[in-house]
Design a protein around this ligand. Structure first.
Ligand code: UT7
Length: 330
């Protein structure tokens, strides 16, 4: 029997401050109609300036511990998925370990942008499947506002801040938990979505700040096209490999970057609209946080239940892309 990893609890944290499209129209030349029509976003939550990713991640982790009814020192491993770590080092996972008092845990950060949560889920699952650990926490957390150019209307409107966490534990049933995944990287897409400043290529200097290199740079339409194509391709590949049809899925949870990407990909996959989870209107794109936030909404709305088959899909900077198939455990 194959040992599988199942998700046994979810934790979330969304900062309280709501920023509407109207609020953004005060900051840059944009309007509610354009944003809703082109992205599906109505509002997003932003942290108060100065709030670090570890704070959001720790709050989501604490929520998770409460949901599962366990203490922090039962956690053996923490993977924090983020592109907005508090600092280059130490890893945000170390800061979270300390903040929540997970005395027995080791961990590290994983960088895969918007595909990060799925990559983290898959990596964490390996430690359960191998028998090395029994409680692994995967946290997707980003403070995207810390790297948004306040003058760039094309990116400012897209992103929100949030964190979501899942707990992975061994499954007694080999048909329950993470069943399969299909991930891919196309590094040639790197320049289409990146933060060029601050790393070893362009170390921070007056010059990099003046050139606004410490912000998100995105060629929106190139990312859009890749995202639709890859989400469909990897989703289809995963279904076919498991002899499944769209109808077999209880629900489809995609990374929430643009409602038009989700609609186009799910239509191409032939999925019934009621199976497609969307919550981008209220959170925007929270990078590593979107999928756990959407899992939470799917559970709360009764669209994700014990025994359901759920397919996840994501595309992000890198380019990174991934899909995963999970039989829901609770
Ligand atoms: O999370 C993973 C990574 N990110 C994504 O998946 C994002 C993928 N890309 C997208 O979602 C879309 O490309 C965007 C939402 C970023 C942009 O939408 P678009 O329909 O691709 O617009 P565009 O970039 O082709 O721009 C169309 C027009 C331009 O004006 P002109 O040149 O036609 O006069 C832009 O300047 O829309 C303009 N525009 C805006 N107008 C009002 C761009 N941003 C805005 C804005 N408000 N906020």
């Amino acid at each position: 029997m194959k040992r599988r990893a199942k998700i046994t609890a979810l934790g979330r944290y969304v900062p309280p401050r709501v920023v509407t499209n109207k609020d953004l129209a005060q900051m840059v030349d944009t309007n509610d109609e354009w944003i809703v029509e082109r992205t599906g976003i109505s509002e997003r939550h932003w942290v108060e300036p100065g709030t670090p990713t570890s704070e959001l991640a720790a709050r989501a982790a604490s929520d998770l511990l409460q949901q599962r009814g366990i203490e922090a020192d039962e956690i053996e491993m923490i993977i924090v998925v983020t592109v907005t770590p508090d600092m280059f080092f130490p890893a945000t996972a170390c800061l979270v370990q300390d903040k929540i008092g997970a005395r027995r845990a080791w961990g590290f950060d994983l960088s895969a942008a918007c595909s990060g949560f799925l990559y983290g889920l898959t990596v964490g699952a390996q430690f359960i499947e191998s028998g090395a650990h029994t409680k692994v926490m995967v946290i997707g957390a980003d403070v995207m506002t810390s790297i948004l150019n306040p003058q760039d209307r094309a990116t400012l409107i897209l992103f929100g801040d949030a964190a979501g966490a899942v707990l992975l534990e061994p499954s007694e049933d080999e048909n329950v938990g993470l069943l399969d995944y299909l991930h891919e990287v196309d590094g040639s897409g790197g320049p289409s979505l990146c933060m060029p400043g601050g790393g070893s290529l362009n170390p921070s200097s007056h010059d990099t700040v003046e050139k606004r290199m410490h912000y998100v740079h995105q060629q929106g339409p190139a990312v859009f096209k890749f995202a639709v194509r890859k989400m469909e391709e990897l989703g289809r590949g995963l279904l076919e490999r498991n002899q499944l049809k769209g109808n077999d899925l209880g629900c489809f949870i995609a990374h929430q970057a643009n409602i038009r990407i989700i609609d186009a990909a799910s239509e191409k996959l032939g999925l019934a609209p009621e199976k497609v989870i969307k919550n981008i209107h209220k959170y925007g794109n929270t990078t590593a946080g979107t999928i756990p936030l959407a899992i939470g909404d799917a559970i709360e709305s009764g669209r994700l239940k014990k025994g359901d088959l759920v397919m996840f899909a994501a595309v992000g900077a890198g380019f990174t892309a991934g899909s995963a198939l999970v039989r829901w455990a609770y």
